[in-house]
Design a protein around this ligand. Structure first.
Ligand SMILES: Nc1nc(=O)c2c([nH]1)NC[C@@H]1CN(c3ccc(C(=O)N[C@@H](CCC(=O)O)C(=O)O)cc3)CN21
Ligand SMILES: CC(C)C(=O)C(=O)O
Ligand SMILES: [Mg+2]
Length: 273
């Protein structure tokens, strides 16, 4: 038995994810940022948990992903890792902790792996961050790429509109995907690009391609957990399918509790000592 496997549960590995692409089994991926949610989504059978820097929006209430720090990502990641028995845990390296300096990129990746116990890291970009990606991979840390709408460069673009609609940008994205594959990335996320381009990328690289707003012709799908649960407010892009209305469920529960406290219905005799 491998040192990190718990009884009777076969952990997801990069090797298993590669096999899934090869046999056409779609890969399921969701974000999680804390122990309680990660426990539930792992037990439900999700293949990959992403500790996304979307924690900056969803957990901390920032407008962008830029402010979240490496220490904060490690805090979220370690909470998730403690919950997980089967899923493969990937952690976003935050803005400013890998771009432009491959030694810092390696240091950031090693801190994440050592201090959280996660299984891989994710970085945004292609050719521009090639050295950082290679350096992290050379230390034996699996790297997931992220192309298309890359939220850490939001101020370069100014909007969250669909990416790579123009021929030149589409060509660069395809080249970037091939660069990431050549570097040795184990998978690539494609965010908010035309379905036809995502299909081309998934067919052009051997590694799994996981889409968010990238159409159906890719090897897997990812969503932000709080969006698909209907907890997030006022975020309804076309690519989001909402699987629950937890905002309503939670509001009802909170209102009922408040009512019971005010009415002195709670606690009753059997709830008291
Ligand atoms: N809650 C949440 N969900 C996400 O999917 C997510 C985050 N946060 N934070 C980090 C990034 C940012 N992402 C985004 C952000 C905006 C759109 C988007 O489509 N926004 C607008 C359209 C904007 C426009 O067309 O100019 C929308 O329709 O809601 C998509 C993905 C994905 N990530
Ligand atoms: C949207 C996904 C891919 C992400 O990077 C995040 O949640 O931070
Ligand atoms: Mg992210």
């Amino acid at each position: 038995m491998s040192v990190h496997s718990s009884a009777n549960i076969k952990r997801i590995t990069t090797h298993i994810l590669q096999e899934m692409k090869e046999r056409g089994e779609k890969i399921s991926m969701l974000t999680a940022y804390d122990f309680s949610m990660a426990t539930i989504v792992d037990a439900a059978g999700i293949d990959i948990i992403l500790v996304g820097d979307s924690a900056s929006n969803v957990m901390a209430g920032h407008e962008t992903t830029l402010p979240i720090t490496l220490d904060q990502m490690i805090y979220h990641a370690s909470s998730v890792v403690r919950a997980v028995k089967r899923s493969f845990v990937v952690v976003d390296i935050p803005f400013g902790n890998y771009q432009g300096n491959s030694s810092e990129a390696l240091r950031s990746a090693i801190r994440i792996m050592k201090e959280s116990g996660a299984h891989a890291v994710k970085v945004e970009g292609g050719a521009e961050i090639k050295e950082s990606v290679s350096r992290i991979l050379s230390a034996g840390v699996p790297v997931m790429g992220h192309l298309g709408l890359t939220p850490q460069s939001i101020y370069k673009f100014g909007t969250y509109t669909v990416r790579a609609k123009e021929e030149a940008e589409a060509k660069k994205l395809l080249e970037d995907a091939k660069i990431l594959e050549e570097c040795g990335c184990f998978a690539i996320v494609l965010e908010k690009i035309p379905a036809s381009l995502a299909k081309k990328v998934a067919e052009s690289v051997q590694i799994p391609v996981i889409g968010i707003g990238a159409g159906p012709h890719v090897d897997g799908q990812v969503l932000v957990m709080h969006d698909m649960l209907g907890i997030t407010q006022e975020f309804k892009p076309r690519f989001l399918r909402q699987y629950a209305d937890l905002q309503q469920v939670m509001t009802d529960a909170f209102k009922n509790y408040i009512r019971d406290v005010k009415n002195k219905d709670f606690p009753n005799k059997s709830e008291s000592y």
